[in-house]
Design a protein around this ligand. Structure first.
Ligand code: MSP
Length: 607
């Protein structure tokens, strides 16, 4: 069986499929053979994958610098950061890039409005994004700005390749353009609306942004030639765009009108951009310029394939068409491989509405991460963010969720199980197999009950379940599963009231130690699995358990080995020092307001 497994796992893709389906089957129906099959279902560690396949290249969209970052931008970045940290834990050689999109009409206009020269304007806002990302522990390995020289070289080269292959021609574009989206639209994508002064305007039906009629001579890309190749790519790679509803949406778009794409603007209208090589009267279209950033960081036009062929993009739903139609078409035209995956996420609304300056509902991610802590914000966004559907942001929801899941449930469990009153020696206690005998091999009855065995099954299956959801970037489902297990572990402790065993006889002490051992093993699983989501909290938790840095990888997700009759490296080891509660309880904003109101009322009554 082991030999078969090893030969299977040699092929990364097959191993991935095997791991998903087998793991899930096991997880759904634990059976006596469950412990054995779980043993084989080693998390997909990189050591099993040929070196050349160990690279993983993750990108965020590059952010427009026309306005300050908001919570939606942080969500894109946190999602990609989670994926990067997760891949590193699995042993991949992961690279993670983010940055800013600085060219185009929108930025040119924003700089003009601010009375600044475009580059200084871009530098200021780009620094704000960088500061936000550093502050929120976005562990990027490269930060790109499209105004950099390395990027100009890559874009010029890319353009020249497309042109030399005959995919770019000079033509006349006439049609709708949205500066806000930097996007060309077909008549069917445009609708009627009124602006704030009641004037009739045309808008993009998708984004709601104003569009204008534009007519100019510029360069066109033969997008219409790529329809069938794009369809083949998507049909042959059902996981290329995830979640599935977005994959279906792209296939649907490909059945509609797919006209050639204008890929330049007249320099007289747009100066803030990269000039078309050999034609200084034209500026390269900002989306072509921006998309090439992914290649720039991979090393293009020099050696780039080791990273480029391992590319995974994280993008918001509003920019799917650019990433799943234009970008692959450009790449096909340039004879370059297509991205491995495009992970799409939905948007955050506030009060059920799109965030906008005019509505005054823009949520500042820096201020919120100072108020709710960095890990608190990261946890909330990934726990509540559902890639398929939009989510509504609400401060009160943040407080309730974090207090319930991080302070009470997880923090409470750690606190209980490491309390000096239960564990005066402050060591990882011993597991006694007489108290908690293996199911099916019970010679005499221990003290564990059926629910305890169910809890063990659930925690044992958890890494595979989490891995499946992490791989498809359905993080909220993974966190839901972790939380279910945390609740079960709390239930286990509650059921056996270890505090009542403290002054009991020797058998009670063995059972008490076993309860604590099992609970700490559960906590060790949760801490390890949570590292990509809440790195600081997970470190604090694992440190308290005495887990060494080398024991934090995915390879260490071996749960309760004593139950299988093996030696446990943690048993008898000193716990780490107590560095305080895992996550401090947060005040509810409404409760604060309530307190305030009551205080005011009281003052009124007095006077
Ligand atoms: N510059 C382009 C991307 C070019 S990539 C080659 C762009 N920039 S953006 O600043 O407008 O958006 C960056 C990311 O933030 C996108 O993934 C977008 O979907 C995301 N979000 C913008 N508003 C958002 C929400 N309200 N909610 C969640 N994500 C949102 O598009």
């Amino acid at each position: 069986m082991m030999t078969t497994y090893l030969s299977i796992i040699r092929n990364c893709k097959v191993a991935q499929r095997w791991s998903f389906s087998h793991a899930t089957r096991c997880a759904l129906s634990p059976s006596p053979s469950f412990w054995n099959c779980k043993r084989l279902m080693v998390r997909r560690l990189c050591t099993d994958i040929p070196t050349e396949d160990r690279n993983y290249y993750i990108t965020t969209p590059i952010f427009y610098v026309n306005a300050a970052p908001h919570i939606g931008h942080l969500y894109s970045a946190v999602t990609a950061d989670f994926l990067h940290r997760y891949k590193l834990l699995q042993g991949f050689n992961s690279r993670f890039v983010t940055g800013t999109d600085e060219h185009g009409l929108k930025i040119q206009q924003a700089a003009n409005a601010a009375g600044q020269d475009p580059l200084s304007f871009c530098t200021k806002v780009s620094e704000r994004f960088k500061y936000l990302f550093k502050s929120c522990h976005i562990s990027y390995t490269d930060y790109i700005r499209t105004t950099e020289e390395r990027h100009r070289c890559a874009v010029e080269h890319f353009w020249t390749v497309l042109q030399s292959k005959g995919f770019i021609y000079k033509g006349n574009y006439e049609g709708w353009y949205s500066t806000q989206d930097e996007s060309f639209l077909t008549p069917s994508q445009v609708g009627d609306a009124k602006d704030s002064s009641g004037k009739e305007i045309k808008i993009s039906l998708e984004s709601g942004h104003k569009v204008e009629w534009m007519k100019e001579e510029n360069y066109m890309f033969r997008l219409s030639e790529f329809r069938s190749r794009l369809q083949e790519w998507l049909e042959g790679n059902p996981r290329a765009v995830q979640p599935e509803r977005f994959h279906r949406a792209v296939l649907q778009w490909l059945q509609e009108d797919l006209p050639d794409l204008s890929v330049s603007r007249q320099r007289s209208r747009l100066q803030w951009g990269i000039p078309v090589p050999g034609d200084l009267d034209q500026t390269i279209y900002v989306w072509l310029d921006a998309l090439v950033n992914y290649l720039t960081v991979a090393g293009y036009p020099d050696s780039h394939s080791q990273w480029w062929r391992a590319a995974h993009h994280v993008v918001g739903k509003d920019i799917l068409k650019f990433h799943a139609i234009y970008w692959p078409a450009f790449l096909l035209a340039a004879d370059l491989p297509l991205p491995q995956t495009i992970h799409v996420h939905s948007h955050w609304t506030v009060g059920g509405k799109k965030m906008s300056k005019s509505l005054g509902n823009v949520v500042d991610p820096l201020e919120r991460s100072q108020r709710f802590t960095i890990d608190g914000m990261r946890y909330f966004l990934l726990r509540q963010g559902v890639p398929d559907t939009d989510c509504d942001y609400d401060d009160d929801k943040v407080v309730k969720l974090l207090n319930a899941e991080l302070t009470d449930s997880l923090g409470g469990l750690l606190n209980r199980c490491t309390a000096p009153s239960l564990n005066p020696a402050q060591v990882y206690p011993h597991f006694c197999s007489d108290s908690f005998p293996s199911q099916g091999t019970v010679a005499h009855k221990g003290r564990a009950v059926d629910e305890d065995y169910h809890m063990l099954d659930a925690v044992r299956a958890l890494p595979a379940v989490v891995e499946q959801h992490y791989d498809s970037v359905q993080v909220y489902k993974a966190l839901e599963a972790i939380n279910r297990c945390v609740r079960q572990t709390n239930g286990f402790v509650q059921r056996h009231t270890p505090w009542k065993l403290v002054s009991g006889d020797g058998r009670d002490q063995l059972w008490l130690d076993t309860i604590l051992h099992v609970s700490l093993e559960c906590l060790r699983m949760y801490g390890t699995l949570l590292q990509p989501i809440v790195p600081e909290i997970a470190d604090k938790l694992l440190y308290r358990l005495g887990v060494k840095p080398v024991e934090k990888s995915w390879a260490a997700l071996d749960f309760l080995v004593k139950y299988q009759g093996k030696d446990c490296p943690f048993e008898g080891r000193a716990l780490g020092p107590d560095t305080g509660v895992l996550f401090n309880r947060l005040e509810r904003p409404n409760a604060e307001k309530g307190k305030h109101k009551k205080a005011k009322k009281a003052t009124k009554v007095k006077s």
